[in-house]
Ligand binder design. Structure first.
Ligand code: PCA
Length: 333
């Protein structure tokens, strides 16, 4: 019901604005808190678009899953209930393995590698989204993923049987492989799940650890730097095509600026939030070699499983990724 009210209001507003000059109003649902760096970047992006189009395109950001739940945003954009939205790509791996490329543990663990993986993934992602009537505007990586835990862990055996929060098919799969009990919970409900003891461990970034006040419930953060999943801003193709060419150009230009800004801020936050968690009393720990070895074994299983499912498209991505590594290391010499 709530949702319908919002769209009626949006239509009413755009009709009023139409008397002055043709203004297009878009809703942008997002799943993370307004203070999260992705959300702040979205708000800056919306401001930039409004300025660049002299108010012709106005994007309203609805943070914290207030308009649609994290897993509903993609379908809302596809169906046109929202013209534009921000999604966590790896959440849609069950729909197509290509969406899960950046959720494979230890495939790309630095910002530079994640960027190369994104470049390799992008042509396939563009094709996939185009087939679903959508278009990718930009994508930004989260900081690297580590393990939040209640107790000290020295190997994955120490995680056996614990209640493990998953946010994606892959983080659920990790639980299965290490013998933990997965419970799927999106970021907007994570604080409560922690406070009520529904979960006692999970993998994510220091950013989400901080946003959700995980330090109030869990004591340890193991800095495994396992992968950097991406948020992507996607737009409904019909809504995009309905814009005049100048507005389209302003939108894509602001999007590529948001992408560059987002990656830079993410890397800064990766460092900042680990320190902030430590300041809040968490133990931010370099994992033991045994824990790393165990986690890398999990990553190896998940990579070969993904390759089987992702077929020729997956092969093309991995080949392009490996090729760019060769060129990058050659350029360094
Ligand atoms: N935060 C999001 C996804 C990845 C991340 O770092 C979350 O935990 O839901």
């Amino acid at each position: 019901m709530q949702r319908r009210h919002v769209s009626f209001a949006a239509i009413a507003l755009s009709l009023c604005a139409g008397t002055a000059f043709a203004q297009t109003k878009w809703d942008l649902p997002a799943a993370y808190p307004a203070t999260n760096f992705h959300s702040e970047n979205l708000i800056q992006f919306a401001k930039d678009v409004e300025a660049a189009t002299a108010g012709k395109l106005k994007i309203s950001v609805h943070a914290n899953a207030s308009l649609f739940k994290a897993n509903e945003i993609k379908r809302a954009v596809q169906g046109g209930q929202a013209q534009i939205g921000e999604v966590l790509l790896v959440n849609f791996e069950n729909e197509n393995p290509i969406f899960g490329t950046d959720g494979i543990p230890f495939l790309a663990t630095s910002y530079a590698d994640s960027k190369r993986l994104y470049d390799a993934q992008k042509p396939v992602l563009d094709k996939l989204l185009a087939g679903q009537g959508m278009k990718l505007l930009y994508a930004v990586a989260w900081p690297s993923q580590g393990i939040f835990a209640k107790k000290e862990i020295n190997s994955v055996a120490d995680l056996r049987g614990i209640k493990w929060r998953a946010y994606s098919p892959a983080t659920g799969k990790i639980a299965e492989l290490i013998g933990a009990q997965p419970v799927t919970i999106q970021a907007a409900e994570l604080s409560q799940a922690l406070a009520t003891g529904v979960i006692e461990s999970y993998m994510s970034s220091g950013s989400t650890g901080y946003d959700t006040k995980t330090y109030e419930s869990l004591k340890y953060f193991y800095d495994t730097q396992a992968w950097l999943p991406k948020n992507a801003v996607i737009v409904n193709k019909k809504a995009f095509d309905a814009l005049d060419p100048t507005t389209q150009a302003a939108l894509t230009k602001s999007a590529s600026e948001a992408e560059a800004r987002g990656w830079k801020v993410s890397a800064e936050k990766d460092v900042y939030y680990k320190k902030a968690l430590a300041d809040k009393g968490m133990k931010v720990v370099t994992p033991s070699p045994k824990l790393m070895q165990d986690m890398k074994q999990v990553g190896g299983i998940m990579l070969s499983d993904w390759q089987k499912r992702a077929g020729p498209d997956g092969e093309a991505i991995i080949a392009a990724y490996n090729q760019s590594e060769k060129s990058a290391s050659k350029a360094k010499k």
